[in-house]
Design a protein around this ligand. Sequence first.
Ligand SMILES: Nc1ncnc2c1ncn2[C@@H]1O[C@H](COP(=O)(O)OP(=O)(O)OP(=O)(O)O)[C@@H](O)[C@H]1O
Ligand SMILES: [Mg+2]
Length: 221
Amino acid sequence: MSISCFELTKVYDGGKAGWPALRGLSFEIKMGEFVAVTGPSGCGKSTLLNIIGLLDEPTGGRYALNGRDVLTLSDRERSDTRRDEIGFIFQSFHLLNRLSSVENVGLPLMYAGADGAERKERAVALLRKVGLHGKEKKIPLELSGGERQRVAIARALANSPKLILADEPTGNLDSASSKEIMQLLVDLNAEGITVIMVTHDKELAARAGRNIRMRDGRIEQ
Ligand SMILES: Nc1ncnc2c1ncn2[C@@H]1O[C@H](COP(=O)(O)OP(=O)(O)OP(=O)(O)O)[C@@H](O)[C@H]1O
Ligand SMILES: [Mg+2]
């Protein structure tokens, strides 16, 4: 997916007046890039990722996804794009605690209309891909942090996204698991998936193809 943002701004309702979360960001991300977004807490990284992922709308500026202005998308097109083209990974995994690995991974497939057998087959294959063969029936509580994040990555891959948005995916992990998760993202990027990852980890950011450094709602570098 290619991303093009011009003078993007975001002011939250109820946010501090005069303190926009985003204050005019302009940048391009080309198809197939791996970009790390870094910057101090509160500088707007998650806000930016949510806008890129069509979870939230900017207050001003322009945002084009694959050359198409997202403001021209209907609600239906927005949610379909989100479901079919974008995979999300979060710091706290956002797995459903009562569901097994295979069921968690199968959820997006259910929303996309796949039947039970199809879901199971694809979920098992995805869990194998992320190195979780044999853990299909475990619930999140029975998995380590790194394993939970692998389940979340498998879930993000369920509908074959072209873009992965990861908001501090290693924020809750030890350094060994962090490196493994990073490697997995690097491998997915090598398969052609565009990856945008927010991170506080300088070592991991250095492995991305490019860094966007933010400060106070702007791009510093
Ligand atoms: N839903 C919201 N309503 C009002 N203000 C918000 C909301 N979400 C974020 N903000 C504010 O917007 C600014 C940017 O927040 P954001 O979460 O994007 O920062 P961040 O760079 O992701 O920080 P962190 O590294 O701590 O995750 C902050 O000042 C925050 O308080
Ligand atoms: Mg954040």
